[in-house]
Design a protein around this ligand. Structure first.
Ligand code: 5BU
Length: 266
């Protein structure tokens, strides 16, 4: 099936080429899964991507939680992700003033040189997006910002009024790739989708096939329900990387998400 048929208005109303790249990869792999690769050593990360790469549509990282990080090892890991057709998404949750965010794209980790997507809070105002975009421009690359419109953790302070302001600003900004929505609460997600329209993607953490919530206030919802409520990408961490058989679980998440996308179109 062609990406424009599968994604419908999400495809026709989205002007960003990186969003279309994601939608095409998702079609090719029949998966809406972004792996949250939250493992602490380079060996574990490499093993994980070797095992589950074919079932993923994107890769999410937390570069600062790797114990034995080196630029060389990271570059090898990123090459594996590219070879598997995956956009690399550093979940850095930038939140500073524009000029500092721009500098933070550089530094030890050099995020601007390998990340295609990053997350940001809009708490400091709209210049954070321009700062991050300037960071990519500084090295002649392009990237997209996912703004946190909602979060999956219990008791978070991103209330509906704040969400509405984030959406109003992000909807029309070409540097904004899309929004993070709360995958654990389909009703909240539906409201977010109504506010966003079809012009931007919504990616959702807080998704697990198992019943029940996670550690330290993490809340989970079902992948199918998240996609039916308007999510375009389910972000799954421990559901895959802590599984006894990560490849089998990644395949299960891929199937659940893809089937839900097909169902959404019916
Ligand atoms: P989990 O193991 O599937 O719970 O991992 C979820 C990942 O998504 C983890 O890397 C978090 O940093 C990330 N996350 C989240 O859980 N909730 C949020 O609201 C945002 C990111 Br934003």
């Amino acid at each position: 099936m062609q990406a424009n048929e599968v994604w419908g208005r999400r495809w026709s109303e989205n002007a960003l080429s990186m969003a279309r790249t994601y939608m095409e990869v998702a079609c090719k792999k029949q998966s809406l899964v972004c792996l949250a690769a939250d493992r602490s050593t380079m060996a574990e990360l490499n093993q994980l991507i070797d095992e589950v790469g074919p079932f993923l549509a994107a890769l999410k990282t937390h570069v600062d939680l790797v114990d034995d990080w080196t630029p060389e090892a990271w570059s090898t890991f990123c090459s594996k992700a590219s070879a598997a057709d995956l956009l690399i998404f550093e979940d850095r949750k930038f939140a500073d003033i524009g000029g500092i965010s721009r500098k933070q794209m550089s530094g030890v980790y050099g995020i601007r040189s390998w990340a295609d997507l990053v997350t940001a809070h809009l708490i400091s105002g709209p210049d954070v997006v321009d700062g991050l975009q300037a960071g990519w421009s500084d090295v002649g690359r392009q990237g997209g910002v996912l703004l946190l419109a909602q979060m999956s953790s219990r008791g978070n302070l991103l209330d509906p009024g704040y969400t509405a302001k984030v959406v109003a600003l992000g909807k029309t900004h070409s540097g904004v790739f899309g929004f993070i929505g709360n995958g654990s609460r389909p009703d909240e997600l539906e409201l977010l989708r109504q506010a966003v329209g079809d012009g931007k993607l919504i990616w959702t953490p807080g998704v697990n096939l198992a019943v029940g919530d996670g550690d330290m206030g993490q809340r989970y919802g079902n992948p199918r329900e998240a996609v039916l409520a308007g999510s375009d990408c389910i972000i799954v961490g421990s559901g895959i990387h802590k599984a006894a058989n990560p490849a089998q679980q990644a395949k299960a998440y891929a199937e659940a998400s893809w089937n839900a996308l097909v169902e959404r179109n019916e």
